[in-house]
Design a protein around this ligand. Sequence first.
Ligand code: PMP
Ligand code: GLN
Length: 410
Amino acid sequence: HARRTEGVDKNVWNEFTQLAADYKAVNLGHGFPDFSPPKFVQEAFCDAVNGGAQMHQYTRVFGHPRLVQSLATFFSRVTGHEIDPLEDVLVTVGAYQALFCAFQALIDEGDEVIIVEPYFNCYQTMVKMVGGKEVYVPLRPKVEESQSSAVWTLSAEELASKFTPRTKAIVINTPNNPLGKVYKTEELQMIADLCIKHDVLCISDEVYEWLTYDGNKHVKIASLPSMWERTITIGSGGKTFSATGWKVGWVISSGHIIKHMKTIFKNSVYHCPTAAQEAVACAFEREYKLFGSPESYFQQLPAMLHHRRRKLASCLQSVGLQPIMPEGGYFMIADISSVKVDFNDDSTKDESYDCRFVKWLTKEKGLATIPVSIFYSPEHRKEFDKYVRFCFVKEEATLDAAEQILRKWS
Ligand code: PMP
Ligand code: GLN
């Protein structure tokens, strides 16, 4: 085997997803909707499939023409920057491959990459695969009893201390998985100032950009002054239109950055499936027309999830788990330290408290969740092992089933 496969072979997701399947658990673990995408999105896919021979053949390498055009049109309006569909956009196999192309194209051996914790796991392994060095900085709750993701913040001093002459990039994720934090403009400005001062790139994972609650607004760091040239913004058609299995993602950035990502892309995947790209393009065109109106899916989905998030939070509260209300995204984390459980499971005795708790809850109670310490580096994991993550982008019936389990047990 090649050396680059070393140290990145374990993937915790497989373990927890398998456990949920083995025990046929009610699954609030893995982050995907268990409901169908809206009708207009399904119809767009059917229309694409029935749209003639060319829908079943290769399309443009760096993105289907209709999709790059609709992304450029849509995001030019959102960012206030004129995005060139052919130069500034790259379509990828999900946001996951967009991240992979970014690290491969921009990070060299020995380069340092600052990763804000908690972080989506693949940032770590993808940086390792290119021989980069991860430098971690955690979001911490400002108050002991945090009730909202808003009180989790970066210390400006701590973050500044992580920048060195070797720092090449910082990775942020807003709205955040797993915490649900939505960065405020001032917080993004603080990060932007450091990027500009140290001439560092910002990889901004915004797959949950349309999902904000309680009046919180998603802000794109690329839209702050002098940040367009140094920001790589990553999005997901799967998360945007509740169709995670389509695996259509994209990167939007300045052409001088995108061109290097295109090099990685054309030497690996080369084409993304045509029909799924056509469908995402049509869905964006519809959203462009309806933007800001109550019929827009970008209004309807968060409105629906707002209710489910409330429902899950009150259920958790009623059984003594302290939820941290997310400002955005698919997930809610809850503090489990007040519940005392006798795990009675020697097979997990060397694991962290949250991992033991999640395995116990899955095996003994039939409810699958995800431990939050896996979103931290080994050096900070111990400090954050008292939370578990619940996904609330689920059918009402799934949430009801979870509620029944929780009520019976408490
Ligand atoms: N980034 C984050 C923060 C995620 O939670 C996920 C998982 N959906 C991805 C990227 C990957 O997205 P996709 O399914 O579009 O590859
Ligand atoms: N983003 C999803 C989650 O956090 C999917 C993770 C994955 O497939 N690795 O649950």
